[in-house]
Design a protein around this ligand. Sequence first.
Ligand SMILES: Nc1ncnc2c1ncn2[C@@H]1O[C@H](COP(=O)(O)OP(=O)(O)OP(=O)(O)O)[C@@H](O)[C@H]1O
Length: 262
Amino acid sequence: MTAPLLTARALSFRSQSGRLLVDNVDLRIAAGERLAITGPNGAGKTTLLRMLAGALRPASGEVLLGDRRLSDLSSVERARSIAIVGQIDQPDPRLSVVDYVSLGRIPHSPSRNRRNEAEIVRNALDRISIDHFKDRPIGSLSGGERQRAQLARAIAQEPKILFLDEPTNHLDPRARAELLDLVSRLSITVVAVLHDLPLVASFATRVAVMNEARLHAHGTPRETLTQSVVRQVFSIDVFRLRHPAEDRELTVFDVPKIHPFP
Ligand SMILES: Nc1ncnc2c1ncn2[C@@H]1O[C@H](COP(=O)(O)OP(=O)(O)OP(=O)(O)O)[C@@H](O)[C@H]1O
């Protein structure tokens, strides 16, 4: 592996009651990689993501960005390097989409060149294909549209690493694949919490499978989304089959049968 852009060493987090929510996690993320953090509900994925992004201070362990500890960076240095698209973002609903996306430029404001700034924002709107609703108030957007606006704001921030917490949860199946395709074309390092295993398999270059606060498996999708890991962690089966119409492999996650009513 080339020199990691982000390194987590023995990262742990405890709740106030003393429960371990993340237990001794080591990770190395190289520049250009797309790491998907997956695992069952409550496994510690968001807690881990927030520590990796510097939004939550670990109880023990450390995170390095390049060779610098994240905790030693100023908030401006951190904001120039790291963008987070989280699950909760409640901007003023009257803010127009273009003004909201412009907020991504705040960390860069000391070196402001107005024409250049406007160009970067326009570019972000264009890359996420939301320029047609750039003048609408944020409060009028659907969940999926809002998720796209959040991503455009993060792109306008021009970070080294983009952190996404369940970026597709409001999107329909096609829009999910399109959004992740778009993210993978940005050529930046991405760390994303994702539940949708087929999307994990096609989007991620590496996968971190969390289970009960621990890193259960870490590696390429093929190394981690194995029959034994998927069974043990998610209690479902995974099959790798030939696509019936195309010359490629299909990864099929076999969810349990839902009993018909009654
Ligand atoms: N500040 C906190 N205090 C106490 N418990 C917490 C705190 N934050 C998270 N938890 C608990 O820690 C566990 C892990 O939470 P986390 O949000 O990291 O899980 P997750 O894997 O992202 O879950 P999900 O898939 O449901 O979003 C959960 O049981 C959650 O209720």
